[in-house]
Design a protein around this ligand. Structure first.
Ligand code: PLP
Length: 381
């Protein structure tokens, strides 16, 4: 018999978090049902206002999910077919998917080997007269190098759309000594409230945020069938809304977001302390210009050992995940955008990254068990 002390370790423990917050969440849901104002109700406008205050941004617009948020943001820029948008090659598919969907061209750039985010050195190389926008992704909970990205965008007159789906609650410390919440430095920030995200609802949800009044007006219109007034449609839009019930849940959870981040950071500190001494493990690299809110705890492990470690852990019912195993340009869906030249860091990372369980409800016994099994694996290698 193998030693499986815990048979229900999960990457993220949504159930225990719900139980901890149950009285507040249940009341919030019941209130919405009582009012029966399920679409565009009071709960949504209150949440939008609360999130705007939290992020210190002028406008927040709730939408159906994080992918729609990116799509609506791009639609509001009124780009032309074939215009180019720069994205990291190492990210979740949604970021590039909406660019392709809108008839724009995703131009994939390599990422930094240590912080996993857009590598500024690769940007100048991909600029063409058709480049219109850049979509930095704040991957795994850590901000992309926004000062550099914004300087670059200003130089070439590009829009900056931040994909903040994995980093809500995180901060960026700018070279002007200001602190910004991630997602509020570019023209538009996008986020997802998918249940497992750092601020997650009980289904699908997302939001866009901006300080720009006219982009805010456009995005509000686009998300609601391009409607300016009831039954007056000024442009082609979509139907993408954040339900009142989800907004009410998110309002409760937004109050907890800083505590959520702290809980994740505590888990990360313990992993760092215990795993940094393992020769074959590179713990997540932290940049000084941002705090890390650990959507994922992603380490690097030599290529051949990564998959063996993953299956070793499965034997003890310990899940781990590879985000992301295949560079976006090698996905069939994006083959028409692939010039056949791989991006070196992206290729390396797809073979080396492994994310361990991290969430707001991690018990120390569980984490110690995970750590001991990771160490055992390398001891036996
Ligand atoms: C989750 C995620 C999205 C998409 O959000 P959905 O709500 O699932 O549509 C987009 N970008 C990144 C980086 C994500 O992690």
């Amino acid at each position: 018999m193998k030693e499986t002390l815990f048979d229900n370790i999960s990457m993220v423990d949504l159930k225990s978090q719900y139980i901890r917050l149950k009285p507040k969440i249940d009341t919030a849901i019941a209130d919405v049902i009582e009012q029966s104002n399920f679409i565009k109700g009071q709960a949504l406008s209150s949440f939008e206002q609360d999130l705007a205050n939290y992020l210190n941004v002028k406008h927040v617009i709730g939408v159906g999910n994080g992918t729609d948020a990116l799509q609506i943001a791009l639609m509001s820029l009124d780009l032309n077919q074939g215009d180019e948008v720069i994205v990291p090659a190492f990210t979740y598919v949604a970021t590039a998917e909406v660019i392709g969907l809108l008839g724009l061209k995703p131009v994939m750039v390599d990422v930094d080997l240590n912080n996993f985010n857009i590598s500024i050195h690769n940007l100048e190389k991909v600029i063409t007269p058709k480049t219109r926008a850049i979509v930095p992704v704040h991957l795994y909970g850590q901000s992309a190098p926004m000062d550099d990205i914004i300087d670059f965008a200003k130089k070439y007159d590009l829009y900056v759309i931040e994909d903040n789906a994995q980093s809500i609650g995180g901060s960026y410390f700018s070279k002007t000594n200001q602190t910004f919440k991630t997602g509020t430095m570019g023209h538009i920030g996008c986020t997802s409230f998918f249940p497992s995200k750092n601020l997650g609802c009980f289904g699908d949800g997302g939001a866009v945020f901006t300080n720009n009044d006219s982009l805010a007006d456009k995005m509000r219109m686009i998300a609601n069938h391009g409607q300016s007034k009831k039954y007056i449609h000024d442009r082609i839009g979509v139907n993408s809304r954040l339900d009142s019930i989800q907004a009410a849940i998110l309002r409760v959870k937004l109050n907890e977001l800083d505590d959520f981040s702290l809980r994740r950071q505590k888990v990360a500190v313990i992993y760092d302390k215990e795993l940094s001494s393992v020769e074959d493990i590179q713990i997540p690299h932290k940049e000084k210009y941002t705090n890390h809110v650990y959507h994922q705890y992603t380490m690097k492990v030599p290529e051949l050992k990564r998959d063996r470690l993953k299956s070793y852990l499965i034997d003890f019912n310990i899940p781990s995940m590879v985000y992301y195993p295949i560079p976006l340009y090698k996905q069939k869906a994006f083959s028409s955008f692939y010039n056949g030249r791989g991006l070196i860091n992206t290729e390396v990372l797809c073979n080396q990254v492994l994310s361990l369980p991290i969430h707001t409800e991690m018990e120390s016994e569980t984490q110690n068990f995970i750590i001991s099994k990771v160490k055992d694996f390398f001891r036996n290698e």
